[in-house]
Design a protein around this ligand. Structure first.
Ligand code: F6P
Length: 342
């Protein structure tokens, strides 16, 4: 098994579950270290029952992770296939998000025996109602919003809280609703600056002298009807999957809002705090269910497929379906949340 992409609370629950379930079939487990990098260069470690003991409650991944994309390395695909043979892998369980599973999908098309487990705090993988790690991230963000609420109220300030979410605003929506945000800004719904100012002014008229705005890092805000909003980038560097580094929209927005309204405004960027630390009970259970199911998939020869949560059941779907497009916040859910934007 390997874990790739950004780390995520619950990864160790999946690893532990895979090893425990595989042992019931008498199979031997190998951990590939640092995502696809460990198969391009061969970094492995044996995983037995003792090596996965005491890891359930730990954040991160005991196997390490990376954003290595074998398809961006000369002869990368071949190296992965040959190295898997050298190690003696009968099957691989790839635990990751759209990038890691995108690689798994391409490999599966060559006949490589791989099954996928959906991981991302962003919850933006198609075909699964939830990915593990999302619930933990939402709870961390909600706790932060609760704390920021009391200081915002005391100081009569506007507070902008930036959460993760490049293309999808799931964390912002869930944490924002749960934390009682007065406005939630997400990548799926570009918003005009005037609309933000209006919510703040309306609150002021009602005697609410503070505002809580939750913004996803990939949200876009347009200053006028004519101009399209732009993403705020930390720098121009791209990773191996072509992603830019986002972050900083809260700072930009805070400055503009303060200038336009005269209300003292502060920004908090939660960043990697959302990804670190212990998983919630929900993520531990979901990760454990995915891990056990992934082993069943290997046993049944369901390669090129990914474990997914649909309703209350764990099922399997083609990896292709999960990675071909992103699961975005639907209009219906956003419109419901608008009830609270005031
Ligand atoms: O893919 C998950 C994610 O949390 C995104 O929301 C975020 O943009 C990205 O990872 C940042 O990760 P890193 O700083 O590790 O590149």
């Amino acid at each position: 098994m390997l874990t790739g992409g950004g780390d995520c609370p619950g990864l160790n629950a999946v690893i532990r579950a895979i090893v425990r379930k595989a042992l019931t079939y008498g199979w031997e487990c190998v951990g590939i270290e640092n995502g696809w990098k460990g198969l391009v260069d061969i970094y492995t470690r044996p995983l037995d029952i003792n090596s996965v003991s005491g890891i359930l409650q730990k954040g991160g991944t005991i196997l390490g992770t990376s954003r290595t994309n074998p398809y961006k390395i000369d002869g990368g695909e071949q190296k992965v296939i040959e190295n898997a043979k050298k190690i003696g892998l009968d099957a691989l369980i790839a635990i990751g998000g759209e990038d890691t599973l995108g690689v798994a999908n391409k490999l599966a098309k060559t006949g490589f025996k791989v099954v996928g487990v959906p991981k991302t705090i962003d919850n933006d993988l198609n075909g699964t109602d939830y990915t593990f790690g999302f619930d933990t991230a939402v709870n961390i963000a909600m706790d932060a919003i609760d704390r920021i609420h009391t200081t915002a109220e005391s100081h009569h300030r506007a507070m902008i809280i930036e959460v993760m979410g490049r293309h999808a605003g799931w964390i912002a929506m869930h944490a924002g609703i749960a934390g009682g945000a007065d406005l939630i800004l997400i990548p799926e719904k570009e918003i005009k600056l005037d609309e933000i100012i209006k919510v703040m002014n309306d609150r002021d008229k009602r005697g609410r002298t503070f505002s809580i705005i939750v913004v996803a890092e990939g949200a876009r805000i347009s200053e006028s009807d004519q101009k399209e909003g732009e993403m705020i980038l930390q720098d121009q560097k791209l990773d191996a999957f072509g992603h830019v580094r986002l972050g900083g929209i809260a700072n930009v927005l805070a400055e503009i809002i303060e200038k336009k309204t005269g209300v003292e405004t502060r920004a908090t960027i939660l960043g990697h705090i959302q990804r670190g630390g212990s998983p919630t009970a929900y993520d531990r259970v979901l990760g454990s269910r995915f891990g056990v199911y992934a082993v069943e998939m290997v046993k049944a020869g369901k390669f090129g497929r990914m474990a997914a949560l649909q309703g209350t059941e764990i099922v399997d779907i083609p990896i292709e379906e999960a990675v071909s497009s992103l699961k975005l916040v639907e209009d219906k859910f956003y419109d419901m949340a608008r009830t609270f934007f005031r």
